[in-house]
Design a protein around this ligand. Structure first.
Ligand code: SAH
Length: 232
């Protein structure tokens, strides 16, 4: 079974590659795909790149060219819901694009022609990933639920309040997950995603985000991926 490990940030990918003894680089669609083994399991590790379109392309290449069996995303996100604080872990059960709005023709947030706003992750894979995250980071608070994605780094309190008001059950915000979830829906691909909270998507986000990336994000991702592959 071939597992794709997708990260958004170079620091996270580097930490995953450090766990792969024999990775080989291949290039497709201008991206570097790293094939190898991690805990004896075949994996392809890749950067999603930042933003929805870039992430969708990466997912499509993983599915069509690499024929992966499942896609696991690890990364960071801004916390939205009140209890979701820096350092917490959020495992997605579903995704939505918070910046998609074809109203009044379609309801706000609905993806035209799909008749839905939300794309679920795979139940069983999500359970496995949540278990791996809980065991890798036993001292963190863990959450599961809706993550929203859009092509904006949300870094003002005004915008994060507006997001909370229009999407009260959103736990966190990032820039890739909903795109990958939609591509995986189209191809019938199993997908799960975990995000550590790097900032609160507020006026302090521009300070908190780089600090978190430097200090903890890469260790978190690698620890979760390692547990996940060991257990599954
Ligand atoms: N200049 C930055 C850009 C990072 S964009 C850099 O160092 O490259 C932020 C990344 O982290 C995206 O991949 C996104 O998925 C995630 N993210 C973390 N906090 C976020 C927030 N508050 N809003 C949107 N995305 C966030």
């Amino acid at each position: 079974m071939l597992t794709a490990i997708v990260s958004a940030m170079q620091e996270e990918l580097a930490a995953v590659l450090a766990l792969m003894p024999d990775e080989r680089r291949e290039t497709a669609a201008g991206r570097d795909f790293w094939r190898g083994e991690l805990h004896g399991q075949p994996v392809v590790a890749v950067l999603s790149r930042i933003g929805k379109v870039a992430a969708a392309t990466t997912a499509a290449v993983l599915i069509e060219r690499y024929r992966v069996d499942r896609i696991v995303f690890t990364g960071v996100a801004g916390g939205l819901a009140e209890g979701v604080q820096v350092g917490d872990v959020v495992v997605a059960t579903e995704f939505l694009q918070h910046d998609l709005d074809a109203s009044p023709i379609f309801p706000r947030f609905e993806v035209p022609l799909y008749g839905r706003c939300r794309f679920p992750t795979d139940d069983a894979l999500t359970r496995q990933l949540a278990a791996a995250a809980a065991s890798a980071l036993p001292d963190s608070r863990h959450h599961q639920g809706l993550i929203v994605s859009g092509d904006r780094f949300v870094s003002t309190t005004t915008e994060s309040q507006a997001l909370r008001a229009s999407l009260p059950d959103a736990l966190a915000v990032e820039m890739e997950g909903a795109a990958i979830a939609q591509v995986c829906h189209d191809f019938g691909m199993r997908f799960a995603a975990v995000r550590t909270v790097s900032d609160r998507a507020d006026d302090e986000a521009h300070v908190d985000f780089p600090r978190f990336i430097r200090e903890v994000a890469s260790r978190h991702s690698a620890a979760i991926v390692e547990r996940f592959l060991r257990a599954s």
